[in-house]
Write a protein that binds this ligand. Structure first.
Ligand code: ZN
Length: 434
């Protein structure tokens, strides 16, 4: 039998259980994974066009970023060490009004896509402006993305009003409907930036078009107290009353929850995007993901949020911080193990985005989104357990090869479809000029 690639490595991590295959391989045909197993068995079975021998490495599914604002990359480090509302209203929104246009999104989006690919992220769920431009950037780079044109009640750089942003989303659905890499979601910003009427309209359209709804929920204590004062409901109860919560809802943050909120999230099968670094940096609070997952069986995936509140788009540091945050909060080192954390950046993240049948693990029939991590490094030596290494030792720059949809988009840290030098130069030029 023929196949296009065999990717070999010291440890294959399918991420279907807390186990790995030593001296294993993944066979790829076209866009799909054909088989996962021991290297010698697969090499005997298949007539292969190209063998990628990653040597002393971990081979695993590509990482999935469940929430970001990719094109905020140019605002990395622009305003740090501020409370969320001051950061957003006095710094980020004015900068966006001044700078954000289609050209900005292309350039800043390229920087973000480059950063994410180089750190092993093969799929990201976005919320920002001119998403069709970012979709083009991701598609040319060979990276998967879910676009979410942000919908706000007030004028934004890409839409004069919420109706325009909704129409842009519908246009993007049409534009990318044949794309193998790009999906589109509805992305109302939050309950405080999107009226009841608009949320109801979005819900109808998301249902009719069978898309995700991606929304910031209960990020800060103020958001919760404002909702309680204005509606006598928590943000979760409010959205539930609008029928906006379902298995297609990606609830970003969900930090400030009341007791009944957990039952609603579970009952409606809402998925959570947990962004621990952003929550810590903006001092928003600690999302109760232990209670969500352990007591209520709610699915939680990791996200980086934008580069203005993190300040990198790196799921390895997110995994480590997530682990540390919940261990210290619970005063319990056993609260989450390394395997559970890796799942939150792979298969559980795929579940959050409704893509668990195609992405998130190395299994025959799934899409060939595969990364390799080079272990020939002092900080990765010796190795006893590869899952532990992924959470506690591996850094983004240890990612060596990246395949998306059966195509090599990074080989030995050389990105195939992007001009890395130029993208970095343009980013620095933007800072100098502004
Ligand atoms: Zn966000």
């Amino acid at each position: 039998m023929n196949c296009d690639y065999i990717i070999k490595g010291r440890y294959i991590l399918p991420v279907i259980d807390n186990k790995w295959i030593e001296n294993g391989a993944v066979a790829v045909s076209g866009t799909d994974i054909l088989a996962v197993g021991e290297a010698c068995a697969l090499e005997k079975k298949y007539k292969v066009k190209k063998v990628i021998d990653a040597g002393n490495s971990i081979v695993m599914p590509g990482l999935i970023n469940t929430h970001t604002h990719a094109a905020m990359a140019y605002f990395r480090g622009l305003a740090d060490d501020l409370p969320l509302i001051e950061w957003l209203e006095n710094n980020i929104w004015p900068a966006e009004r001044r700078h954000v246009n289609a050209k900005f999104i292309k350039r800043s989006g390229e920087l973000a896509v480059l950063e994410m690919l180089k750190s092993g992220i093969t799929c990201f769920n976005d919320m920002y402006f001119f998403e069709e431009v970012l979709g083009g950037v991701a598609e040319r780079a060979g990276q998967r993305a879910i676009l979410g044109e942000v919908i706000l009640d007030f004028p934004a750089p890409s839409a004069k009003n919420p109706q325009e942003a909704i129409q842009k989303t519908l246009d993007q659905i049409e534009e990318f409907k044949k794309s193998e890499l790009i999906d589109v979601a509805f992305a109302p910003h939050s309950i405080y930036a999107c009226s009841r009427e608009n949320l109801e309209k979005i819900n109808e359209l998301a249902l009719a078009n069978n898309t995700l709804v991606h929304i910031h929920i209960s990020e800060t204590e103020k958001e919760l107290s404002d909702a309680l004062e204005k509606y006598e409901k928590t943000p979760i109860e409010y959205l539930n009353d609008l029928n906006l919560l379902s298995e297609r809802t990606v609830a970003i943050h969900s930090v400030w929850l009341k007791k009944g909120d957990f039952d609603i999230l579970k009952e409606k099968n809402v998925k959570i995007s947990h962004n621990p670094i952003s929550n810590m940096k903006l001092a928003s609070g600690i999302s109760p993901i232990i209670e969500m997952t352990r007591e209520h069986g709610i699915t939680v995936g990791l996200g980086t949020d934008g580069a203005a509140s993190n300040n990198t788009l790196d799921l390895f540091s997110e995994m480590k911080m997530c682990s540390m945050l919940h261990k210290i909060t619970g005063l319990n080192p056993e609260i989450l193990n390394a395997y559970e954390i890796v799942k939150m950046a792979t298969i559980d993240a795929a579940r959050v985005l409704g893509k668990e049948n195609h992405l998130g693990s190395l299994e025959a029939g799934k899409k060939a989104d595969i990364i390799t991590i080079n272990l020939d490094k002092p900080h990765l030596t010796p190795i006893y357990n590869p899952f532990s290494h992924l959470v506690y030792c591996v850094e983004a720059q240890d990612v060596e090869n990246v395949m998306v949809n059966g195509k090599m988009v990074m080989c030995k840290r050389e990105v195939a479809n992007m001009d890395e030098e130029m993208i970095i130069k343009e980013g620095e030029l933007f800072r100098i000029k502004n």
